[in-house]
Design a protein around this ligand. Structure first.
Ligand SMILES: [Zn+2]
Length: 432
């Protein structure tokens, strides 16, 4: 509390000055054996980073330590930018199927578990998450506000608010008895007019972007994952309206036709993108503002789950095998490939498994690290603030004990986390 009050006082004082934070910001010097800065160049060894307030002020092998600076010595660790996950559901639990959650859980429960999952995700080194929609609409907006206000620890969040899905489609969670309804949940929109209304409603209630379900899904009783569920005109209606608001659309899309329709409509991301074929790869090359964002490591977690029905596990087995083929096709074509997990389909906090799995599938470690940092930042349109350890960026920094270029699994062992210049975790430095 004292710290937050002090920060507010500084902000007020800063308001009176011509150059606000520079004169008053707290200075922290971080030292580590190595820095991978997120841009793909060779590591800097050794590395020092000067943090002033919430931003990175200077990066080098040896930099001057200003009087009064706090020095955090991370020893033999490797420093990296905070990792970014483009597809999470932080307010959903690992151990409850999202459809069942509508009849067995409550929105306050989702908020509390969301706070828990946000903390776990931040402590795992993910300092930014694009959250792809809660089971209970708009709980994600409240979680984002609570994190931004400093009430609970968590990643910077960009939130969808509420799925935009067709009746009987992948986002139609109310696929139980027709005599049962959940009046709080209004996720469905059919036809361009209803979709425009859904887009406007989401932005009214605080969404940062639109999540549209262009095809069926694995964890759903609706239309099959390979099938396109929204027409070309419906997807276009979502993109046209969101564009008026200056905000992007993320399309959940497994099937090839849905992928292509979404690319042509101008969505920002193709999430999952499982049935990515050569034509889709060529289309992505023609539309450089649309990015492929696969979710690959979740396959084995679906098979091990105790809450996913066998019918959906069967869908998962088919789709995952095809999805791995799509990823290898994209890799061979040298497409930029965003990094995402779909947690809690894999448990919250294990997000770095996706990076590890992609390396196992043949992606070079540096390429996968760039995907999780500077490329993901570019996909979010936040490359001016996050995704790299360079002067001027927000001080989102993590450290792992080994060198991920030779031991990628070390990314699951994050020992130091700083977000916006505030240390949230430090199990490395001797200063305690
Ligand atoms: Zn998802």
């Amino acid at each position: 509390m004292m710290n937050r009050r002090a920060a507010i006082v500084l902000l007020v004082v800063g308001g009176w000055l011509a150059q606000p934070s520079a004169a008053v910001a707290q200075t922290i010097i971080i030292k580590a054996a190595r820095l991978i800065d997120g841009r793909g160049g060779p590591p800097l060894e050794p590395a020092m980073v000067r943090v002033a307030g919430e931003r990175i002020a200077e990066v080098g092998s040896t930099i001057a330590v200003p009087a009064g600076a706090t020095v955090i010595d991370l020893g033999s660790a490797t420093l990296l930018p905070g990792l970014i996950d483009l597809h999470t559901h932080l307010t959903d639990r690992d151990d409850v199927h999202w459809e069942a959650a509508l009849t067995t859980t409550t929105p306050p429960e989702a908020a509390l578990w969301g706070a828990r999952n946000a903390r776990v995700t931040l402590m795992a080194g993910f300092t930014t998450c694009r959250d792809m929609g809660p089971t209970w609409p708009y709980v994600d907006v409240e979680l984002r506000k609570a994190i931004d206000a400093g009430a609970v620890p968590g990643p910077r969040m960009l939130v969808a608010g509420n799925y935009v899905s067709s009746t009987g489609g992948a986002g139609d969670a109310r696929q139980f008895s027709i005599y049962l309804d959940v009046p709080l949940v209004r996720t469905l929109a059919d036809g361009p007019e209803e979709i425009v209304k859904a887009v406007r409603t989401n932005f009214k209630y605080g969404a940062d972007f639109i999540k549209i379900l262009a095809t069926g899904a694995v964890l759903s009783k609706g239309i099959t994952p390979g099938a396109q569920q929204y027409s070309d005109a419906e997807i276009q209606a979502a993109v046209t309206e969101a564009t008026r608001w200056g905000r992007p659309v993320a399309a959940h899309a497994h099937g090839a036709e849905g992928i292509k329709a979404a690319i042509r409509a101008g969505v920002r991301t193709i999430d999952h993108g499982s049935y990515l074929d050569d034509e889709a790869v060529a289309l992505l090359k023609q539309h450089p503002t649309t990015f492929y964002v696969p979710t690959l490591a979740l396959g084995s977690y679906i098979q091990e789950s105790t809450t996913v029905p066998e019918s959906e596990k069967a869908r998962g087995r088919v789709v995952n095998e095809i999805a791995v083929g799509g990823f290898k096709r994209a890799l061979a074509a040298n497409l930029p490939i965003g990094l995402a997990t779909d947690a809690p389909v894999m448990p919250h906090g294990l997000n770095a498994r996706e990076i590890e799995y992609r390396v196992l599938l043949g992606e070079p470690p540096m390429h996968a690290i760039v995907a999780a940092t500077s490329l993901n930042a570019e996909i979010l349109g936040m490359q001016d603030r996050i995704g790299a350890v360079t002067a001027g960026k927000l001080a989102d920094l993590i450290a792992v004990p080994a060198n991920p270029l030779t031991a990628i699994g070390t990314l699951r062992d994050v020992r130091f986390v700083m977000k916006g210049g505030t240390v949230f975790k430090d199990e490395l430095s001797p200063r305690k």
